[in-house]
Design a protein around this ligand. Sequence first.
Ligand SMILES: *Cc1c(COP(=O)(O)O)cnc(C)c1O
Length: 496
Amino acid sequence: MKEVLYGSTRGSGEKITASKAILKGLADDGGLFVPDSIPALDVSLKDLSTMDYKGVAYEVMKLMLTDYTEEELKKCIDGAYDSKFDTEEIAPLTYAEGAYYLELFHGATIAFKDMALSILPHLMITAARKNNISDEIVILTATSGDTGKAALAGFADVKGTRIIVFYPKDGVSPIQEKQMVTQKGDNTLVVGIHGNFDDAQTGVKNIFGDKSFGEKMASKGFRFSSANSINIGRLVPQICYYVYSYTRLLGEGKIADGEKINFVVPTGNFGNILAAYYAKQMGLPVAKLICASNTNKVLFDFFESGTYDRNREFVLTSSPSMDILISSNLERLIYRIAGNDSARCAELMKNLSEGGKYDIKQSERDGLSDFYGNYATEEETANEIARIYGACGYIIDTHTSVASAVYGKYVRDTKDETKTVIASTASPFKFTRSVMNAIDKKYDAMGDFELVDEMAKIGNLEIPNAINEIRTAPVLHDKQCDKDKMRDVISEFLGL
Ligand SMILES: *Cc1c(COP(=O)(O)O)cnc(C)c1O
């Protein structure tokens, strides 16, 4: 098997193994690690269709994480995709109103982040062992709501690690916040920052790039890593469910072998859709990758015009996990469409950090032909939830609804009849109030947990464990800080 090494999108060409890239998270020059080649699937789609989730996951990940042994990788996979998920299928497909919804929310924290964050701690601990690292690994994470809880759940009480999560104090749903601040585990810290997600993410990236802070950490036996989708250890596990969903449709005779399908992905940081793009590069028969944005439609404008411009008002929406103006993982796509030219990529990213925008050339725009971008307003998002529920009783969350509404626009625009899978990224129970209000305004009078019970009733659904757990759980974290005080909070927690 060909060894895959990882280099920086902005770097001079030094390449490291997958396990080292996972340990580091972000490259020293501030760039993101990208594979030096994307290997093709070496098992037929037909054979993959007879395997379970773990089997498919192994066949995909072995190609990208080539310095992990078969035994190591299988152990990581077994430790991740177990009874933490409430269905043996791990990521089931539900057909509703002309599309297949790929339910990625059956893990411990009921959002798609569990798909990767239930395995990342295993990959990281294994990486530390392989590379003889004895430092304590400090996971530093910025969250728009879902990564934080999924990372906390994954790393809580994992020996040799600590985890610090920064979330925008007023930018997450009540259930998301409750999930995070009730997190147990002596190695966890949750902090609400006075700012938005971009502030939190930029703060974390700056701390990663702060050499003197890194040295202070190292002198006390700590090293940082990241659980954000800038870590290649998050991206690779996300490729698996695209391959899995295709092979389920194939196994059930819903598509022919080799038939192309579309994926629609509700997008924020561009991690999930990038994984779908990598799946296509590995040979999965994919037609269009449909990138769905909410009112923060910076990506839609980019696909339309070739200009990425974050100079605009940041809007809080009912799909908070997509309230992002700096989509970090887009850098990995830029690098690719620029012909793997790290100097060009670095130049564009410098424009972004200095002036908040960059323009790509026509030749680079041509590389975006795999993608279609559109967005849904708040009203369109609410209407889509009501439409799907009214038509068939299926309840989708706000993020999934953005994707579903954008798919409707895509079909109207293009008349494309290609079979389509929509990534369903969160359980509706995570955004109960917005979802129930979309179905009927009368629900606005109810309390948060009353709404949960009502949703279970009208949707004929079981209330997920993740929700039942927080009904009575005590708040264990109440720290808040200004966005320029993140270093102080970290120093205090680690005793630097
Ligand atoms: C994180 C998240 C997204 C956005 O995914 P990206 O990989 O950041 O594009 C969409 N929906 C939900 C529910 C999420 O938690």
